[in-house]
Design a protein around this ligand. Sequence first.
Ligand code: GLV
Length: 387
Amino acid sequence: MTVITNIDDLKRLYRRRAPKMFYDYCESGSWTEQTFRENVSDFDAIRLRQRVAVDMSNRTTKTQMIGQDVAMPVALAPVGMTGMQSADGEIKAARAAEKFGVPFTLSTMSICSIEDVAEHTTAPFWFQLYVMRDEDYLSRLIQRTKDAGCSALVITLDLQIMGQRHKDIRNGLSAPPKPTVRNLVNLSTKWRWGMGMLGTKRRSFGNVVGHVKGISDPSKLMSWTNDQFDPSLDWSKIEKIKEMWGGPLILKGVMEAEDAVMAAKVGADAIIVSNHGGRQLDGALSSIRALDPILQAVGDRIEVHLDSGIRSGQDVLKAMAMGAKGTYIGRAFVYGLGAMGEAGVTRALEVIHKELDTSMAFCGHRDINQVDRDILRIPRDFSGDWA
Ligand code: GLV
């Protein structure tokens, strides 16, 4: 049996087991991938202060995100096409999150539908919304989210149009994959994946197919996005959606203090400092570098969460110590899912939890809620002295 010691072990196994097209979809940033790379490498620039002779017994990583209890401050991020990484992937990931006691966020672009996930889980999950041009579809989608008992709505603000990921174009990314010679050759080596897919009916965008009129090819993420996503999304529309939803609201994709101030003004409960995992604006700062100015601007008014770049419990600890109130993992859980299904997502959560718990103890803390900047060494110019 393969021994899994860290998230990279899961990634290696995932690469072997998942179709190339879906591995590439997950493991891509836009254009040069600078932001994608720096999301990870910038965490390394922050160092931790080792403390000694401090009682390390009775530790806890339990806290709250938007007032909801979490076993550790790590939610599963919304990831499109998760059900193509492993059959029924969203259901598997949601179940693993529920058992672990962390939030699961279902993407609008999921393969399993809102209703599918609700039917196969008991804990309320969060729903990530892409704002669509079709207002009728949008209001029905929000109603479906309410009917499923979702406990937060996460509106993604940074994907009104799509960044270009070269590999997706070259691979002809679609869900399900088209039966081209190239795809068939690759799929013939992925028997585990194929067996899973043969055993499920969920092979296209579950929240869309049968719910939206006039899509030319629903299997194509890119054309679907171009056809359906609302490029005119602005703060007034966000306010309208907030009213339609009426529940806890999280705004995802905030990278600048001015936008964070606007998010606080429209009454969001939390923002996620995120550059979409480096998949949208290539050349944007890494999210960990963008965090501090945003905390300074709105940290006393609104919960500030962070995603993009988290691959370890040490990364979670650094973000929390800087002042974030929660973090999200996207790729880190997808690696686990593609490697080992639900058990792999659980393993990813266990790995990150252990790293977080142990590193927190080495820094002289027993309670994640007490951790602050005292444990960090942050380079003086970390947030940048930009003209
Ligand atoms: C969708 O959210 C994507 O980044 O592909």
